[in-house]
Design a protein around this ligand. Structure first.
Ligand code: ATP
Ligand code: MG
Length: 330
């Protein structure tokens, strides 16, 4: 369905070029939910936007290729790309409130997308608009359709953004932090809706989030991104029960455990300066396992078990660490 191969992205800034992604590779199979996790600034949104060829103006893909159903997205004409976005590939951006037009009724915004991508009569467009709102669990779709974005709650705006994304029955749905900023109840509703979508439409999903708990439930496979590099990738159960990268372990240890009421433990230290070309492991400065060798050369992904890879020179030490045993038993 989607194949991302060795993709690098840089942003030009006054201070130099920010290397936001370096040689990122992964595939998404038909019907698969692929989760992408990592701290703020790790490059998740950059990756989502690179796939959609919708990077900020100062950003560019400097290596690699992104193929959708075997076709290189870089070679598509602007027209072909436009029809692909919204009909084959849909995007629900981070902060959907900003993606909605504040001065147009939300029903009309959904209708516009439907008109653009499907050849329907106006009355069919109107009834499909209402149907889309119903599908995203809006209880009074007629009322909602006639509302402006500012009249809706955060959760409703989020669901309207979904309705726009889904109004053309996409094969690939890219969700960038779909539940961030929502209260727990609304988050639950949005997650339930994602479940329904997976079941009903068998859509492939790229699910971007920093919430590992959500990915543990929803994703078939996950990629853990840090400072623009995939640190660990594999089936969700393999990565979560046998985390083989100190960064993944740190993220998992930081997941708040509601039942046990433990403190959230953030990983100490900061994301490295992305304008300098890194040598060695990008996480080495923050890693309790790092030795001198971790600061040298380039470090490749290594197979842990088939389909499960990690980028770590100290794999054996990391795997025998008690933290990991604890995570495994949790
Ligand atoms: P968050 O969880 O906060 O959404 P993210 O993982 O989505 O973070 P990105 O938004 O992709 O991270 O940013 C990756 C890096 O690229 C960050 O260091 C960010 O500051 C930088 N960056 C993003 N957009 C630009 C831009 N237009 N110009 C310069 N740097 C940028
Ligand atoms: Mg982001």
């Amino acid at each position: 369905m989607l194949s991302v191969a060795s993709v690098s992205v840089e942003y030009a800034t006054k201070e130099g070029s920010v290397k936001a992604l370096r040689h990122v590779s992964f595939d998404i199979q038909p019907g698969e939910v692929f989760g992408l996790a990592g701290e703020s600034g790790s490059g998740k949104s950059t990756l989502a936007r690179a796939i959609l060829r919708a990077l900020d103006d100062n950003g560019s893909q400097t290596s690699g290729s992104i193929q959708y159903k075997g076709e290189d997205l870089q070679n598509l004409s602007p027209n072909a790309l436009r029809s692909l976005r919204g009909s084959d590939i849909a995007f629900v951006p981070q902060e959907p409130a900003k993606a909605l037009n504040p001065s147009i009724e939300v029903g009309e915004q959904i209708a516009e997308t439907i008109r653009e991508h499907q050849n329907l009569s106006e009355s069919e467009v109107q009834s499909q608009t209402i149907e889309m709102l119903r599908q995203v669990n809006i209880s009074d779709p007629d009322y909602c359709a006639e509302s402006y974005p500012h009249e809706l709650s955060g959760g409703m705006k989020q669901r309207v953004a979904f309705a726009i994304g889904l109004s053309c029955n996409p094969d690939l749905l890219i969700l960038d932090e779909p539940t961030t900023g929502l209260d727990v109840t609304t988050e639950g509703k949005v997650l339930q809706m994602i479940d329904d979508l997976i079941e009903e439409f068998e859509t492939s999903i790229l699910f971007v989030t920093h919430n590992l708990g959500v990915l543990a439930e929803k994703a078939d496979r996950v990629g853990i991104l840090y400072a623009g590099e995939i640190m660990e990738i594999g089936a969700t159960k393999d990565v979560f029960t046998n985390p083989s990268n100190p960064y993944t372990q740190g993220l998992l240890a930081a997941v708040p455990d509601i039942d046990r009421d433990v403190e959230i433990e953030a990983i100490p230290g900061e994301v490295p300066d992305l304008s300098a070309a890194p040598t060695g492991c990008v996480f080495a400065d923050r890693c309790e396992f790092a030795t001198e060798e971790c600061h040298e050369g380039s470090i490749d992904l290594e197979t842990v078990t088939p389909g499960h890879e990690t980028r770590c020179r100290r794999l054996e030490t990391v795997q025998s660490d008690p933290i990991q045993a604890e995570l495994r038993d949790a």
